[in-house]
Write a protein that binds this ligand. Structure first.
Ligand SMILES: [Zn+2]
Length: 551
């Protein structure tokens, strides 16, 4: 017998085994999860601008996906860092420690930015020692759903966070992320820190070399449609709109070129910031081959320019409407890209917001709705309070700062002069409660004894992390917010305009429909965890939204 056929026959089973695809876990999961946070998007924008949305963007999410039409933020303060940490952790500041964008370390009086990390360096930054690159998620004390995904399969997923804002890239991607990228204003480049890597991947370098920011800023910002068709907005050039630096008017067209020369940060307050973010997100899908591997990958995207535009022009401006109509078209293009790259029905996307925004004070006042500036430069709260406390205790500088609508006292001054902290707080609450625009001034140590209406009681309690939150929480009247510039809008309060956010799921594992039942921002992470059959994050206080999964 010839030995050749026998030799081949012996090899055949080995060859067959080697060619078999690797064994799947057996648990069905999407190839990719994409979590999109539209910064400062109020829930009502889904319907306010609905008529002019395209078929493939917000409307596609609403028709093919599941819309939780009453999703509320259950804590204070309603700011960006807190929103992002909560969306992805299902936790609240009381456990996550992310008590604001900034906070004051109560023992030392030191002001801290949420993602500051002096132990790391910028990667890709113009100066690796500059503040912009020295960022990490280390101040977040809980895991994110992205961390839990990583731990569910021994770190074989890829998790990438993208935003113009450092905090909105870093906190969603979690502690164990493959990468988080954010934009450096001086260069327009996407950068990261050596918390994640020591060198930018080649695809990020190539993206940065395109200098898209500089290209976008050569243009004028003109409206997408004729200006007189923006029926959902106020007429152009309102007194409440803020001027771009170097601009003489707030009316269209905006000469971005000259404004960019005066301030590089102007780029953020244009719709092109969202375009750049989604451009970069597409490159991240390609660069990391997200959704192409054996394990579920996770991409987090924050579209930040909606927030900057709102702060600059107010929510009833044509700029705001134009920014959403443009974002809608960009989202449609992005979903089409994911259909082609990952496969329609093979990925799960959710879209939500980190907070909403108030109507501009002047807008409300013009329409006879009670509203005003709180802590205005003409009546600064801390100065007024210190005057009263000095009169009573004979010492100046007892109150230190107001951050996140919370008063922090100088413990150093109080100790040095042997003052009774409780007496100081009592006197402060008495005076603060009498000031215009203040509904409550709450001594947080005594919250349990105070007559505080829901949902404010739960929200302040969920938002209070004693080491990082001020001793007295102020609750302004509805329509009132902290305003220094007197233009544009802001957020941060408990009121529905700041805390009623959109929440839409679409794609793999998602049942089409909508619900008006109240759910909370803290329910997003456990819903994603349930879809993925992974453990919920370790500080999670929310519950899976069954209806999203058709159960
Ligand atoms: Zn925000």
């Amino acid at each position: 017998m010839n030995s050749k056929p026998l030799y081949l026959l012996l090899l055949f089973p080995l060859f067959f085994v080697a060619c078999q695809p690797k064994k799947k876990s057996g648990v069905a999961r999407p190839k990719l999860v994409v979590g999109i946070v539209v910064d400062q998007m109020r829930w009502d924008y889904l319907y306010r601008y609905y008529d002019r949305y395209s078929e493939g963007g917000f409307k596609r999410l609403m028709r093919q996906g599941f819309s939780c039409d009453n999703t509320m933020i259950p804590y204070l303060p309603s700011y960006t860092a807190v929103g992002h940490s909560t969306i992805f952790s299902g936790s609240v500041p009381a456990f996550s420690g992310i008590a604001g964008n900034d906070w004051v370390e109560q023992q030392t009086g030191q002001r801290v930015y949420c993602t500051d990390d002096s132990t790391v360096k910028g990667v890709g930054a113009q100066d690796p020692e500059s503040k912009e690159g020295k960022m990490s998620p280390r101040n977040m004390l809980v895991t994110s759903v992205t961390d839990e995904l990583m731990m569910s399969n021994n770190f074989r997923s890829k998790v990438v966070g993208v935003s113009l804002k450092d905090r909105a890239a870093i906190l969603p991607a979690g502690h164990t992320a493959t990468a988080a990228y954010w934009m450096e204003d001086s260069t327009g480049n996407f950068i990261t820190s050596n918390y994640y890597m020591t060198k930018l991947p080649a695809w990020v370098d190539s993206f940065n070399k395109k200098a898209l920011v500089q290209q976008y800023m050569k243009n004028q910002w003109v409206t997408l449609y004729p200006k007189n068709t923006y029926g959902q907005s106020d007429t152009d050039d309102q007194a409440y709109e803020g001027k771009f630096k170097g601009d003489s008017t707030t009316a269209f067209p905006h000469n971005l070129d000259s404004s960019y020369k005066v301030s590089k940060a102007t780029f953020r307050s244009t719709p092109y910031g969202n375009k750049l973010t989604l451009d970069f997100a597409r490159e991240a899908v390609n660069g990391y081959m997200l959704g192409q591997g054996e394990f579920t990958d996770f991409l987090t995207i924050n579209c930040a320019s909606t927030d900057y535009v709102g702060h600059q022009f107010g929510i009833n401006s044509i700029e705001e409407e134009d920014t959403y109509l443009r974002l809608d078209l960009e989202l449609a293009e992005f979903f089409k890209f994911l259909d082609e790259k990952v496969g329609n029905g093979q990925y799960t996307v959710f879209l939500t917001a980190d907070h909403g925004a108030a109507h501009a004070v002047w807008y409300s006042q013009n329409h006879d709705i009670p509203a005003d500036y709180f802590n205005a430069p003409t009546a600064p709260i801390i100065e007024g309070l210190n005057k009263v406390l000095a009169g009573q205790f004979g010492v100046g500088g007892i109150a230190d700062t107001m951050v996140n609508y919370q008063i922090t006292f100088s413990l150093k001054t109080i100790q040095e002069h042997k003052l009774d902290l409780n007496a100081v707080k009592k006197a402060s609450v008495e005076w603060l409660s009498q000031q215009p625009g203040i509904t409550y001034a709450l001594d947080m140590a005594r919250l349990g004894e105070l007559p505080v209406a829901e949902p404010v009681r739960s929200m302040v309690s969920n938002g209070y992390y004693a080491k990082r939150s001020g001793a007295i929480q102020l609750i302004p009247n509805a329509g009132w917010f902290e305003g220094r510039g007197k233009t544009g809008t802001s957020h941060g309060t408990w009121n529905p305009y700041d805390t009623h956010i959109p929440l839409l799921f679409m794609g793999w594992g998602v049942h089409a429909g909508h619900s008006n039942q109240t759910v909370y921002m803290t329910d997003i992470a456990p819903t994603v965890a349930a879809l993925l059959h992974i453990q919920m994050p370790n500080g999670c206080v929310g519950h899976p939204i069954q209806a999203v999964m058709g159960r």
